[in-house]
Write a protein that binds this ligand. Structure first.
Ligand code: ASP
Ligand code: MG
Length: 411
């Protein structure tokens, strides 16, 4: 007997026909004693549509004062899917029950629209499984201590699935999606991208964090924390996809770079002409942190040595841009900065690979590929297993392809 968590994303459950097909497929593959938990997303583009609906009322619905209501709105998407999928199983003679995130025991903090799971108490899920039911759980949602609905950030159903798999001590967690695995770059952008059989949690975490849309980064963190192997595979074929696990079991480890990730939902903010004295960086970034805004790349550059004046430049997600600009305008006034500038035509391209650690020269190869393509690098940031460059948004595709060519052609 195995306990398996299977997660199906929005494109996999976009229509009632697709929902029926999933129910049939899952039953077809189910061994007699298997216990199955399904975690599902909202149908198709439902979440985007709900956000557009909110924009009909308020142009910037992600501002702090609306976030609780956004969660109330967005959690409805997944609730539609769980009811329909549970019904689909029943029409096929399979007992099934739908549970919202809270009913499945998903507890979160109160960071509306970006919630984090704080605890999972899945007793109800176990009870229903023991009765022979397939349990269909709404992804992307949980409940805070006040009893309010909280969502886990875009793509959060992945995190729901992996976390629930951890809490249930599941034997495996399968993430079904519209691609058949994790690729060395986005195949829509790089036609020659290759599918990987395996990738480590650490590498996948970086890939996801740096923009590879396959999985929400936090879900990979959860997988690592609970030691749950994650199988990313296609909804539409039965092929093996990519296994995300602690270490490689078979594939050659010789690739210095495992993948090229990109992110075009990036904006650059420059706070010009602040004093180069202790406390200024703290003031800027603690204000952003209080507004729950993630800052990514940061550079501080000297503007005027004599006057000891500096520019603080950083990037944020375009989702947070409006709010970040508001916060910075206020801080700039307090710090008597010259100006706050925003640039939206920027994008980030990154290389990821655990093998990079012992391989000097990897950064130089990346910069060389960009320079050969005539692409200017605006900001560079590095960590142990990745290097990122901020480039012009309009040059992103070229940047990704030239870097991918550098590391993957001829291998
Ligand atoms: N429906 C949510 C979203 O579109 C959560 C998810 O699909 O994972 O972001
Ligand atoms: Mg997704």
């Amino acid at each position: 007997m195995a306990l398996i968590v299977k997660k199906f994303g929005g494109s996999s459950v976009a229509t009632t026909e697709k929902i029926m097909n999933i129910a049939k497929r899952v039953l077809g593959e189910k061994q007699k004693d298997d216990q199955i938990v399904m975690v599902v997303s909202a149908m198709g583009k439902t979440t985007d549509d709900l956000i557009s609906l909110a924009r009909g009322i308020e142009k910037e619905p992600y501002q702090a004062k609306y976030q609780r209501e956004m969660d109330m709105l967005l959690t409805t998407g997944e609730q539609v899917t769980i009811a329909l999928l549970a019904m689909a199983f029943k029409t096929l003679g399979q007992p099934a029950i739908s549970l919202t995130g809270p009913m499945a025991g998903m507890h979160t903090n109160s960071a509306h629209t970006k919630g984090r799971i704080t605890d999972i108490t899945p007793e109800r899920v176990h009870q229903e499984l023991d009765k022979g039911q397939i349990v269909v759980v709404a992804g992307f949602q949980g409940m805070d201590d006040r009893g309010d609905m909280v969502t886990l950030g875009r793509g959060g159903s992945d995190t729901s699935a992996v976390a629930l798999a951890g809490a249930l001590k599941a034997d495996s967690c399968e993430i079904f999606t519209d691609v058949d695995g994790v690729y060395s770059a986005d195949p829509r952008m790089v036609p020659g991208a290759r599918k990987m059989k395996e990738i480590t949690y650490d590498e996948m975490l970086e890939m996801a964090r740096l923009g590879a849309g396959v999985m929400q980064p936090r879900s990979v963190e959860m997988g690592k924390a609970f030691g749950i192997p994650i199988h990313v595979r296609s909804t539409f074929t039965t092929q093996t996809g990519t296994m995300i696990r602690e270490d490689y079991t078979m594939e050659d480890k010789d690739f210095v770079v495992r993948g090229v990730a990109h992110d075009d939902k990036v904006a650059k903010i420059a706070v010009l002409g602040v004093s180069n004295t202790p406390g200024v960086a703290h003031k800027i970034f603690s204000s952003l942190a209080s507004a729950n805004i993630d800052v990514d790349m940061i550079v501080q550059s000297i503007r005027n040595i004599e006057k000891n004046v500096t520019d603080m430049v950083f990037t944020v997600s375009t989702d947070d841009l409006a709010q970040a600009k508001q916060v910075m305008d206020k801080v700039a006034e307090e710090l008597e900065a010259i100006a706050v500038l925003v640039e939206e035509d920027v994008a980030k391209v990154s290389i990821v690979g655990a093998g990079m650690l012992g391989n000097p020269g990897t950064a130089a190869r990346m910069f060389g590929a960009l320079s050969k393509a005539g692409i200017n690098i605006d900001i560079i940031s590095t960590s142990e297993i990745c290097i990122s460059c901020l480039v012009k948004g309009s040059q992103l595709k070229e940047a990704v392809n030239s870097i991918h060519d550098e590391f993957f052609s001829g291998n």
